[in-house]
Design a protein around this ligand. Structure first.
Ligand code: NDP
Length: 463
């Protein structure tokens, strides 16, 4: 060490921060990590993990219905929201404990306090006003729900921070927004017993996703009973004895027990003291970083949602790991943000890697697009009106597969695996040469031989 209290001070013990801290300590660095909430961050405490547990809980509703078609008699099934919340909390607490243990076992000092940067090499701990000097500082404070001004009365709303711990299941739930969080909670809360209404300003959910996936998910949400109010927003909300009264921009009104605001997340950079080391935030609060997670201050680095590049846990983890290797282990690698698979854990689920059809068309012009929409085998016997949609977008000149999009059960699992092939530069002919695995849904990805649409020089071509 070179005259500093620690080699590495990490602000935020979420996915990116804990990984960076642990790897740095493994390289022999003296590391301190500060966390003002709970060890584990959004993903573990009030994001991906509890969300996925609730998704599992919700899908039993469909399974119980489907079981009848397979000869089962299931009657009297009922759902207990407080029991699910308690089970979720037990698992989250267990995971948070593992994160803590892993940090401690690596030799990282954990400080449960807010930490604020007070200079290029100094951090002040709010708990005891102590100033700690550090050779390197990592900002890994993540993001938080954006409470921007959608309409009046937003103080009556909850966000994804609160919904996991509601004491009771809301009978009537309004969800504002049509993004990831909105469609995931619409799918799961409707199945757990809420009557869900979604309202968002766009014409369809999930702006930026492939249009066939957006359409298929809209049909799936509607089939599950979710009311979708597109192209409008709430105008005003007030609490009345009969519930939260919401008036919408189209003049309609309705009452709800809870309103979930899911209109995006913003980087948590407020009052972090970044100005004391000369780091200027972008207008959306994001910390500008280069490909090495370096900010404009040589000793201050940032990873994960606080940099607002790709707000995904594995991306933050990889960024934290690579940074720690570079600062303390002589590493030279850069994080590759190209072809990152992602999933939306709605029901039906969406898994996606690469470019959607519109983006591929804009970038390449000559495309072969393969689409297959079919009823999955299970639904033939269960009787569920369910559709799987698979789409493969290939460059017609190079045959490189540019995008794969799946809507249906286990779409996320498929996206993870197909991402390997795509990272290796797979061409459509590689998919064609791969033997199908029967009977699966995924086999459709290697058996789509004739393009559904061809584009040449950016225009639709006759087949
Ligand atoms: P998203 O960015 O996915 O969606 C935001 C929604 O809010 C969109 O419908 C958007 O509309 C709308 N919106 C934004 N600003 C306004 C406004 N001022 N007035 C009205 N509507 C507005 O955000 P989420 O909050 O759902 O999720 C945040 C991020 O968290 C995601 O982007 C994702 O990176 C991450 N996440 C990932 C998950 C996963 O990987 N499975 C799960 C959950 C979250 P419009 O489309 O018109 O812009």
């Amino acid at each position: 060490m070179t005259g500093f209290d620690v080699d590495f001070f990490v602000i935020g013990a979420g996915s990116g921060g804990t990984r960076a801290a642990r790897i740095a300590a493994g390289h022999g660095a003296k590391v301190m990590v500060a966390e003002e909430f709970r060890i584990g961050g959004t993903c573990v405490i009030r994001g991906c993990v509890p969300k996925k547990l609730m998704v599992y809980a919700s899908r039993f509703a469909d399974d119980f219905e489907d079981a009848a078609g397979f000869g089962w008699n299931i009657s009297g099934a009922s759902f207990d929201w407080p029991r699910l919340v308690a089970a979720k909390e037990a698992e989250v607490t267990r995971l948070s404990g593992i994160y803590r243990t892993n940090l401690m076992n690596a030799g990282v000092e954990i400080v449960e306090s807010r930490a604020v940067i007070v200079g290029p090499h100094q951090v002040r701990l709010a708990s005891d006003d102590r100033v700690v000097s550090a050779r390197h500082i990592l900002v890994a404070t993540g993001s938080t729900p954006d409470l921007g001004r959608v309409c009046e009365g937003l103080d009556l709303t909850i966000t994804s921070n609160e919904i996991f711990d509601l004491p009771t299941l809301p009978q009537r739930l309004l969800i504002i927004g049509g993004g990831y969080i909105a469609v995931e909670f619409a799918s799961l809360m409707q199945r757990l017993g809420s009557k869900v209404t979604m309202v968002f300003r766009a014409d369809m959910v999930l702006r930026g996703f492939d249009s066939d996936m957006r359409l298929g998910l809209t049909e799936g949400l509607t089939a599950a009973g979710v009311a979708i109010l597109s192209g409008r927003l709430p105008r005003h909300m007030q609490r009345l004895p009969e519930g939260i009264a919401v008036s919408f921009t189209d003049g309609s009104e309705a009452h709800f027990d809870q309103v979930l605001l899911a209109t995006g997340r913003r980087p948590q950079t407020d009052r972090l003291g970044l100005e004391t080391c000369g780091v200027t935030l972008e207008p959306n609060g994001r910390i500008p970083v280069d490909a090495h997670a370096a900010t404009s201050c040589a000793s201050v680095h940032a990873v994960g949602d606080v940099t607002n590049r790709l707000n995904l846990t594995p991306v933050a983890i990889r960024e934290g790991h690579v940074l720690a290797d570079r600062l303390f282990g002589g590493g030279t690698a850069k994080v590759d943000h190209h072809l990152v698979p992602s999933a939306v854990f709605s029901t039906p689920e969406i898994g996606t890697v690469g470019l959607n059809e519109d983006a591929a068309l804009a970038a390449h012009g000559d495309l072969d697009v393969f689409v297959s929409a079919f009823r999955p085998l299970k639904a033939t016997v269960s009787g569920r009106a369910e559709k799987v949609i698979m789409k493969l977008v290939a460059d017609a000149v190079t045959q490189r597969v540019l995008g794969v999009h799946v809507l249906g059960a286990d779409a996320g699992e498929m996206a993870q695996l197909v991402a390997i092939a795509m990272k290796m530069g797979a061409r459509k002919s590689d998919f064609d040469a791969t033997m199908a695995l029967h009977p699966t849904a995924a086999e459709e990805l290697v058996t789509m031989h004739h393009p559904t649409r061809r584009y040449r020089q950016g225009r639709i071509a006759t087949p």
